[in-house]
Design a protein around this ligand. Structure first.
Ligand code: GTP
Ligand code: MG
Length: 201
């Protein structure tokens, strides 16, 4: 395959959201194609990477799966700072998790990278009969706040690959004639390593 014009980019991506919303489960589904019924609550944060092919580019996502527990809140800026993309996850069966997601959106709007691609994700859509958050409500909120919206199920895999693929397509470095600043989104051929540079103390 001819490689001229092919771009390799690394994109730092962070997942934020309430305890139990399914952040780790979405990452596990995307990275390993697996789901576990009793996923352990994340401590601090966990790092993963996975690659997505988009048109003439290969995007390597460097994924920080953060912990939803409130006592880890103060660590969050370490993970969203410089991120090219954020997935804010809530559980469609849990109204409080949607309220929490809105708080994350506010925090990112105030403190995050202004060029960040933000995706609002209503997870556990396999539990339709227990739905508490209407898709229309979340969609409207997302539109008003310039977010990309999708409902997913880490359990049955609905929309999980699509979510990451859509984010990859929206990355500014893959848009024609763009030059965002302050992002950890680098050409791998230049040898810059963004992942793993900072971690927990
Ligand atoms: P913290 O790490 O504590 O912040 O939670 P988290 O957001 O990483 O949630 P986690 O992935 O640990 O999922 C919490 C629970 O929800 C686990 O028991 C999962 O099995 C379950 N779960 C996650 N995603 C889904 C889903 O799409 N459908 C269903 N039915 N259950 C899910
Ligand atoms: Mg987790």
């Amino acid at each position: 395959m001819a490689s001229s014009g092919h771009k390799n980019v690394n994109a730092k991506l962070v997942l934020l959201g309430d305890v139990g919303a399914g952040k780790s489960s979405l990452v596990l589904r995307f990275v390993k194609g697996q789901f576990v019924e009793f996923q352990e609550s994340t401590i601090g944060a966990a790092f993963f990477s996975q690659t997505v092919a988009v048109n003439d580019a290969t995007v390597k996502f460097e994924i920080w799966d953060t912990a939803g527990q409130e006592r880890y809140h103060s660590l969050a800026p370490m993970y969203y700072r410089g991120a090219a993309a954020a997935i804010i996850v809530y559980d469609i069966t849990n109204q409080a998790s949607f309220d929490r997601a809105k708080k994350w959106v506010h925090e990112l709007q105030a403190q995050g990278n202004p060029n960040m691609v933000m995706a609002l994700t209503g997870n556990k859509v396999d539990l339709l009969e227990a739905r508490k958050v209407a898709a229309e409500e979340a969609q409207t909120y997302a539109q008003e706040n310039g977010l990309f919206f999708m409902e997913t199920s880490a359990k049955d895999a609905t929309n999980v690959n699509d979510l990451f693929y859509e984010i990859a397509k929206k990355l500014p470095h893959l848009q024609p004639a763009s030059n965002p600043s302050g992002m950890v989104l680098v050409d791998r051929t230049s040898g810059s390593a963004a992942a793993g540079a900072s971690c927990c103390s």
